[in-house]
Design a protein around this ligand. Structure first.
Ligand SMILES: Cc1cc2nc3c(=O)[nH]c(=O)nc-3n(C[C@H](O)[C@H](O)[C@H](O)COP(=O)(O)O)c2cc1C
Length: 165
């Protein structure tokens, strides 16, 4: 699929078939994450790819709205050093990961990290040094169902030259 189609057809997928994901595919997905736009090219990120079922279960249980991580083939935890634009950088990397997973025919869902009370617990489980903070968890798997939530139309959100134009 081309890039525009990939952008327009990505949706958050929260149910997965019980299939493992090739290591090479996971590496390619993270490779797309590490190439995201980043303020002053700091690249403050570190990515942890989790495929161990027991750890996936523990991470799922730690979250509030990410219980489906337990069924994923992989979860990528996006951590950033606490630089000024860590959240923008980590979010850009997360979006690249979502899109790369979709381009590989996989389903993925962003599970909140930043601002959640479980950030430190996830970092502890994954043995992450203190200078990094959790931005997101991305559950990835072979899609069992793809939802189609309503979207605002282009005319509702696009303004030409000035607001209301
Ligand atoms: C910052 C952020 C945090 C999110 N956290 C969660 C989450 O914890 N659990 C979840 O199921 N979805 C989460 N999502 C996914 C959104 O629910 C989803 O993107 C939204 O409903 C729109 O659906 P779509 O991605 O299919 O377009 C999050 C998305 C963002 C951007």
């Amino acid at each position: 699929m081309d890039a525009i189609e990939c952008l327009k057809t990505r949706r958050s997928v929260r149910s997965y078939k019980q299939e493992s994901i090739d290591r090479g595919v996971i590496e390619d997905i993270v490779d797309c994450g590490r190439l995201a736009a980043t303020a002053i090219n700091l690249q403050p990120w570190q990515f942890i790819a989790i495929t161990d079922r027991e750890m996936l279960q523990k991470i799922a249980e730690t979250t509030d709205h990410g219980k489906f991580i337990a069924d994923a083939g992989c979860c990528i935890a996006v951590f950033c050093e606490k630089v000024k634009y860590y959240l923008e950088d980590g979010s850009a990397a997360t979006q690249n990961i979502l899109l790369a997973a979709h381009a590989h025919g996989l389903g993925a869902c962003w599970v909140a990290g930043d601002k959640k009370p479980y950030c430190d617990e996830i970092a502890r489980l994954l043995n992450v040094p203190d200078k990094y903070t959790l931005v997101s968890l991305v559950a990835i798997g072979r899609p069992a169902a793809v939802p189609n939530p309503p979207k605002k139309s282009l005319s509702e959100v696009l303004h030409w030259e000035r607001f209301g134009g």
